[in-house]
Design a binder for this molecule. Structure first.
Ligand code: HEC
Length: 181
Protein backbone atom coordinates (compact mmCIF):
# COMPACT_ATOMS: atom_id res chain seq x y z
CA UNK A 1 0.00 0.00 0.00
CA UNK A 2 2.80 2.34 0.98
CA UNK A 3 4.56 1.41 -2.23
CA UNK A 4 1.47 2.21 -4.23
CA UNK A 5 1.10 5.61 -2.67
CA UNK A 6 4.75 6.29 -3.45
CA UNK A 7 4.28 5.23 -7.04
CA UNK A 8 1.31 7.53 -7.34
CA UNK A 9 3.26 10.36 -5.73
CA UNK A 10 6.14 9.85 -8.14
CA UNK A 11 3.80 9.73 -11.10
CA UNK A 12 2.03 12.87 -9.97
CA UNK A 13 5.29 14.72 -9.42
CA UNK A 14 6.71 13.59 -12.76
CA UNK A 15 3.65 14.73 -14.65
CA UNK A 16 3.53 17.92 -12.60
CA UNK A 17 7.15 18.64 -13.51
CA UNK A 18 6.40 17.82 -17.13
CA UNK A 19 3.46 20.16 -17.09
CA UNK A 20 5.55 22.81 -15.44
CA UNK A 21 8.27 22.52 -18.05
CA UNK A 22 5.72 22.71 -20.79
CA UNK A 23 4.09 25.76 -19.26
CA UNK A 24 7.53 27.33 -18.79
CA UNK A 25 8.20 26.87 -22.48
CA UNK A 26 4.92 28.62 -23.28
CA UNK A 27 4.83 30.89 -20.24
CA UNK A 28 6.90 33.31 -22.25
CA UNK A 29 4.11 33.58 -24.82
CA UNK A 30 1.82 36.46 -23.88
CA UNK A 31 -1.70 36.63 -25.22
CA UNK A 32 -2.79 39.50 -27.43
CA UNK A 33 -3.07 42.59 -25.26
CA UNK A 34 -0.30 41.40 -22.95
CA UNK A 35 2.78 42.46 -24.90
CA UNK A 36 4.37 45.41 -23.16
CA UNK A 37 4.53 48.93 -24.50
CA UNK A 38 8.32 49.44 -24.66
CA UNK A 39 9.29 52.46 -22.57
CA UNK A 40 12.15 53.56 -24.83
CA UNK A 41 10.64 53.03 -28.28
CA UNK A 42 10.91 56.72 -29.21
CA UNK A 43 14.72 56.31 -29.27
CA UNK A 44 14.52 53.36 -31.67
CA UNK A 45 15.15 53.50 -35.41
CA UNK A 46 12.20 54.85 -37.37
CA UNK A 47 10.44 52.15 -39.34
CA UNK A 48 8.40 54.67 -41.32
CA UNK A 49 7.59 58.31 -40.71
CA UNK A 50 4.56 60.48 -41.31
CA UNK A 51 2.42 57.72 -42.85
CA UNK A 52 -0.63 59.46 -44.34
CA UNK A 53 -3.93 57.76 -43.68
CA UNK A 54 -6.64 60.03 -45.04
CA UNK A 55 -9.01 57.07 -44.98
CA UNK A 56 -8.80 56.71 -41.19
CA UNK A 57 -8.07 60.45 -40.63
CA UNK A 58 -4.76 59.63 -39.03
CA UNK A 59 -1.04 60.19 -39.31
CA UNK A 60 1.15 57.34 -38.13
CA UNK A 61 4.74 57.02 -36.89
CA UNK A 62 6.32 53.59 -36.88
CA UNK A 63 9.34 52.43 -34.86
CA UNK A 64 11.32 49.18 -34.76
CA UNK A 65 13.78 48.02 -32.12
CA UNK A 66 17.43 48.01 -33.28
CA UNK A 67 17.56 44.18 -33.68
CA UNK A 68 14.41 44.20 -35.80
CA UNK A 69 15.77 46.95 -38.03
CA UNK A 70 18.13 44.34 -39.50
CA UNK A 71 15.27 42.46 -41.17
CA UNK A 72 16.25 43.59 -44.68
CA UNK A 73 17.03 42.18 -47.13
CA UNK A 74 15.73 38.77 -45.96
CA UNK A 75 12.36 40.27 -45.07
CA UNK A 76 12.11 38.16 -41.94
CA UNK A 77 12.24 39.87 -38.58
CA UNK A 78 14.41 38.12 -35.98
CA UNK A 79 12.85 36.78 -32.77
CA UNK A 80 12.72 39.55 -30.21
CA UNK A 81 11.58 42.12 -32.80
CA UNK A 82 9.21 44.77 -31.50
CA UNK A 83 7.28 47.21 -33.67
CA UNK A 84 5.46 50.20 -32.25
CA UNK A 85 3.06 52.38 -34.20
CA UNK A 86 1.78 55.74 -32.95
CA UNK A 87 -1.63 56.66 -34.34
CA UNK A 88 -2.27 60.41 -34.35
CA UNK A 89 -5.56 62.08 -35.17
CA UNK A 90 -5.15 64.19 -38.30
CA UNK A 91 -6.08 67.83 -37.66
CA UNK A 92 -9.44 68.77 -39.09
CA UNK A 93 -11.61 71.86 -39.44
CA UNK A 94 -15.10 70.50 -39.19
CA UNK A 95 -15.13 67.55 -41.57
CA UNK A 96 -12.23 68.83 -43.67
CA UNK A 97 -8.76 67.51 -43.01
CA UNK A 98 -6.18 70.28 -42.65
CA UNK A 99 -3.11 70.07 -44.90
CA UNK A 100 0.25 71.74 -44.42
CA UNK A 101 2.23 73.63 -47.10
CA UNK A 102 3.82 70.30 -48.05
CA UNK A 103 0.35 68.98 -48.88
CA UNK A 104 0.48 66.53 -46.01
CA UNK A 105 -1.94 65.94 -43.17
CA UNK A 106 -1.10 67.73 -39.95
CA UNK A 107 -0.56 65.65 -36.85
CA UNK A 108 -2.97 66.30 -33.99
CA UNK A 109 -3.39 64.40 -30.72
CA UNK A 110 -1.84 61.00 -30.14
CA UNK A 111 -4.85 58.66 -30.07
CA UNK A 112 -3.39 55.16 -29.60
CA UNK A 113 -0.28 53.03 -29.77
CA UNK A 114 -0.21 49.62 -31.43
CA UNK A 115 2.48 47.06 -30.68
CA UNK A 116 3.62 43.84 -32.36
CA UNK A 117 6.25 41.58 -30.84
CA UNK A 118 7.52 38.20 -32.00
CA UNK A 119 9.43 35.49 -30.19
CA UNK A 120 10.13 31.78 -30.48
CA UNK A 121 6.94 29.78 -29.91
CA UNK A 122 4.67 32.80 -29.45
CA UNK A 123 1.23 33.36 -30.93
CA UNK A 124 0.19 29.73 -31.37
CA UNK A 125 -2.89 29.75 -29.08
CA UNK A 126 -5.18 31.25 -31.71
CA UNK A 127 -7.18 29.65 -34.56
CA UNK A 128 -5.07 28.81 -37.62
CA UNK A 129 -6.70 31.34 -39.94
CA UNK A 130 -5.64 34.23 -37.69
CA UNK A 131 -2.14 32.98 -36.88
CA UNK A 132 0.50 35.57 -37.69
CA UNK A 133 3.60 33.44 -37.34
CA UNK A 134 5.02 34.20 -33.90
CA UNK A 135 3.68 37.74 -33.64
CA UNK A 136 1.51 38.84 -30.71
CA UNK A 137 -0.44 42.12 -30.75
CA UNK A 138 -1.01 44.83 -28.15
CA UNK A 139 -2.70 48.24 -27.95
CA UNK A 140 -2.29 51.16 -25.55
CA UNK A 141 -3.78 54.54 -24.89
CA UNK A 142 -1.59 57.66 -24.87
CA UNK A 143 -1.52 57.33 -21.05
CA UNK A 144 0.18 53.95 -21.41
CA UNK A 145 -2.88 51.98 -20.27
CA UNK A 146 -3.71 48.78 -22.15
CA UNK A 147 -6.71 49.04 -24.48
CA UNK A 148 -9.19 46.21 -24.94
CA UNK A 149 -9.14 46.17 -28.74
CA UNK A 150 -10.62 43.38 -30.83
CA UNK A 151 -7.34 41.65 -31.55
CA UNK A 152 -8.96 39.19 -33.94
CA UNK A 153 -9.41 42.15 -36.29
CA UNK A 154 -5.72 43.03 -36.06
CA UNK A 155 -4.81 39.44 -36.80
CA UNK A 156 -7.27 39.10 -39.68
CA UNK A 157 -5.89 42.15 -41.49
CA UNK A 158 -2.21 41.26 -40.96
CA UNK A 159 -2.55 37.48 -41.50
CA UNK A 160 -2.60 37.51 -45.34
CA UNK A 161 0.90 39.05 -45.37
CA UNK A 162 2.90 35.94 -44.54
CA UNK A 163 5.37 36.75 -47.33
CA UNK A 164 6.20 40.05 -45.65
CA UNK A 165 6.39 38.49 -42.20
CA UNK A 166 2.91 39.96 -41.52
CA UNK A 167 4.17 43.55 -41.73
CA UNK A 168 2.23 45.67 -44.24
CA UNK A 169 4.91 48.15 -45.27
CA UNK A 170 7.93 45.89 -45.16
CA UNK A 171 8.86 46.76 -48.77
CA UNK A 172 8.80 50.49 -48.13
CA UNK A 173 10.96 50.09 -45.05
CA UNK A 174 13.51 47.96 -46.90
CA UNK A 175 13.59 50.40 -49.82
CA UNK A 176 14.17 53.36 -47.51
CA UNK A 177 16.77 51.61 -45.36
CA UNK A 178 18.69 50.64 -48.52
CA UNK A 179 18.76 54.27 -49.55
CA UNK A 180 20.11 55.20 -46.13
CA UNK A 181 23.11 52.85 -46.47
C1 HEC B 1 -7.77 46.83 -41.84
C2 HEC B 1 -6.40 46.41 -41.69
C3 HEC B 1 -5.68 46.51 -40.37
C4 HEC B 1 -6.16 46.28 -39.12
C5 HEC B 1 -7.57 45.86 -38.69
C6 HEC B 1 -5.03 46.45 -38.23
N1 HEC B 1 -3.91 46.79 -38.92
FE1 HEC B 1 -2.05 47.06 -38.15
N2 HEC B 1 -1.46 47.82 -39.92
C7 HEC B 1 -2.19 47.87 -41.08
C8 HEC B 1 -1.46 48.60 -42.10
C9 HEC B 1 -1.92 48.85 -43.53
C10 HEC B 1 -0.26 49.00 -41.51
C11 HEC B 1 0.86 49.84 -42.13
C12 HEC B 1 0.78 51.28 -41.67
C13 HEC B 1 -0.35 52.02 -42.33
O1 HEC B 1 -0.46 52.01 -43.57
O2 HEC B 1 -1.16 52.63 -41.62
C14 HEC B 1 -0.27 48.47 -40.14
C15 HEC B 1 0.77 48.59 -39.28
C16 HEC B 1 0.79 48.08 -38.00
C17 HEC B 1 1.93 48.12 -37.12
C18 HEC B 1 3.30 48.63 -37.47
C19 HEC B 1 4.12 47.51 -38.04
C20 HEC B 1 3.62 47.08 -39.39
O3 HEC B 1 3.07 45.97 -39.49
O4 HEC B 1 3.75 47.83 -40.36
C21 HEC B 1 1.54 47.59 -35.94
C22 HEC B 1 2.38 47.41 -34.69
C23 HEC B 1 0.15 47.20 -36.07
N3 HEC B 1 -0.27 47.51 -37.35
C24 HEC B 1 -0.62 46.64 -35.09
C25 HEC B 1 -1.99 46.46 -35.20
C26 HEC B 1 -2.85 46.17 -34.07
C27 HEC B 1 -2.39 45.97 -32.64
C28 HEC B 1 -4.11 46.11 -34.57
C29 HEC B 1 -5.40 45.87 -33.83
C30 HEC B 1 -5.66 46.62 -32.62
C31 HEC B 1 -4.02 46.34 -36.01
N4 HEC B 1 -2.73 46.54 -36.35
C32 HEC B 1 -5.11 46.30 -36.86
C33 HEC B 1 -3.43 47.30 -41.26
C34 HEC B 1 -4.27 46.89 -40.24
Amino acid sequence: MVKRICAVAVLVSVSWAGGLMESMAHAASPKDGEVALPADYANWPKFLSNVQREDTKQVRELYVNPGGAKACPTGVFPHGTRLVMELYEAKAEGETLVKGLDGKLVKGELAKLFVMEKNEGWGQDVPDHVKNGNWVFGAYGPDGKALAEDFTKCRACHAPLAQKDFVHRMDEFCASSQKAH
